[in-house]
Ligand binder design. Structure first.
Ligand code: ADP
Ligand code: MG
Length: 340
C-alpha cells in the first residue's frame, strides 16, 4: 500500500524549524537581540538564569508589536521585514525568515509581552511548548519583553546536547558581546542570575566597551585598522604581536554589521600574522567588513552566522593587507631598541 502524503501539523513544523534555528540558549539570545535591534531599540536588557538553561529574557524599548498582530508574530513565515521576493536581495534587517519566535515558542515555555508607544496598555501572550494561550492586557513600558523558560524541556533528545550552566553562560555572554560591541549607539545590559555582568552605555565607543571585557594591557595593544580598496572597506582593531595569546575568543568578525563566523576571514587573519604567531596562538582582532551586498550571500544558513562571498580571493587579500598594513605601520612608529 502506498502511504498517503500529509502536511505536518504546525507544532511539528515549528519544532523541525527549531532544529535549525535554535541550538542552545546562546542561539535563542542571538535571535531575540536581533529582533530588538530590528525594532529600533535604543536600550536592550538581557537576563539569564543558569546560563539561559532556566530562562533567557530580553527587554527592549523598540517599536513593539500591535495587539492584533501578536499571534501573527508567533506564526511561521510571518514577518514584518520583507514583503516580496526581490527584497531578499537587499536585506538590511537581521531577521527576515519569520521563523525564530514560532520555533523558540515550540520548544519552551514562552512569554511575549509588547506595547507600541501609541497603545496605552500592553498585551501578554503565553505559549506552552507550541500551544498558544489567549492573550491578556497588562501594564508595561513601551517596547517588547520576551521570556524563554525551560528551553527544550519537551525535547529530551535536544536537552541532552546542552552543556552545563557555566558553559552555556559563557556562550551566551560571547553572543551578547558579539551583538553589543558594534552597536555603540545602543545601551546594553547583561545580568546573569541577577548579577550585573556588563553595562554598556549608549554612545560609548568600542574601545571603552572593550576595556569592560578585556584586560587593560590587552586593550592597550590594539591598533586601528583603516583600509579601503575599490568597493571594500575594512575598519576595526588588531593587536600588536606582543599581546598574542592562546585563546581564540577575542576575534570578532562582522560583515555589513552582521556578526559572522567565517573560515576565510580567519585564515586571512592568520596569514597576516604569519611569522609572528605560533600554531595555537591567536591575536585579538575586531574586523568590520563593508562590502556591496551583492558580493555576499547571508541566506546560506538559517542561523545566518555563515556568509558566502562571491569573490573570495579579493576578500581574503583585502583582509590580509588591511591587517598587515596596520601591523607594519606600528612597527615603523614604535621602535623597541631592546628587541632588535
Ligand atoms: P523575523 O525576525 O525573521 O521577522 P521572528 O520570528 O524573529 O521573525 O519575529 C516575527 C515578527 O515579530 C517580526 O517580523 C516582528 O514584526 C515581530 N517582532 C519580534 N520581536 C520583536 C521585537 N523585539 N520588537 C518588535 N517586534 C518584534
Ligand atoms: Mg527575528
Amino acid at each position: 500500500m502506498v502511504p498517503s502524503i500529509k502536511i505536518l501539523p504546525p507544532e511539528i513544523q515549528n519544532q523541525i524549524a527549531a532544529g535549525e534555528v535554535v541550538e542552545r540558549p546562546a542561539s535563542v539570545l542571538k535571535e531575540l537581540i536581533e529582533n530588538s535591534l530590528d525594532a529600533g531599540a535604543t536600550s536592550i536588557e538581557v537576563n539569564l538564569k543558569k546560563g539561559g538553561l532556566e530562562s533567557i529574557e530580553v527587554i527592549d524599548n523598540g517599536v513593539g508589536i500591535q495587539e492584533q498582530e501578536l499571534e501573527l508574530a508567533l506564526t511561521r513565515h510571518a514577518t514584518s521585514k520583507i514583503t516580496y521576493f526581490p527584497d531578499l536581495l537587499s536585506i538590511s534587517t537581521y531577521g527576515f525568515r519569520g521563523e525564530a519566535l514560532p520555533s523558540i515558542a515550540s520548544v519552551s515555555k514562552f512569554t511575549l509581552k509588547s506595547r507600541p508607544k501609541y497603545q496605552e496598555i500592553g498585551f501578554e501572550i503565553n505559549v506552552k511548548f507550541g500551544q498558544i494561550q489567549p492573550k491578556k492586557p497588562i501594564t508595561m513600558p513601551y517596547g517588547t519583553h520576551v521570556i524563554v523558560n525551560e528551553l527544550f524541556a519537551n525535547i529530551p533528545a535536544r536537552l541532552k546536547f546542552l552543556k552545563t550552566p557555566p558553559t552555556e553562560k559563557r556562550r551566551s555572554i560571547q553572543t551578547f558581546l558579539k551583538q553589543a560591541l558594534p552597536h555603540t549607539e545602543i545601551e546594553f545590559k547583561l545580568f546573569s542570575d541577577k548579577q550585573e555582568i556588563f553595562h554598556f552605555y549608549a554612545q560609548e565607543d568600542i574601545l571603552s566597551r572593550l576595556t569592560k571585557i578585556w584586560p587593560k594591557h590587552i586593550v592597550s595593544c590594539l591598533e586601528k585598522i583603516n583600509f579601503q580598496d575599490d568597493n571594500i572597506q575594512i575598519t576595526g582593531l588588531a593587536s600588536r604581536p606582543e599581546s598574542i595569546q592562546a585563546r581564540g575568543d577575542r576575534i570578532f568578525l562582522y560583515v555589513n554589521k552582521r556578526p559572522v563566523q567565517d573560515k576565510l576571514l580567519l585564515s586571512a587573519i592568520k596569514k597576516a600574522y604569519e611569522g609572528k604567531i605560533l600554531r595555537n596562538e591567536f591575536p585579538q582582532v575586531i574586523l568590520f567588513l563593508d562590502i556591496p551586498p551583492e558580493l555576499v550571500d547571508v541566506n546560506v544558513h538559517p542561523a545566518k552566522l555563515e556568509v558566502r562571498f562571491s569573490e573570495e580571493k579579493t576578500i581574503f587579500n583585502a583582509v590580509r593587507k588591511a591587517i598587515q598594513n596596520t601591523l607594519e605601520a606600528t612597527t615603523l612608529f614604535s621602535f623597541h631598541p631592546t628587541k632588535t
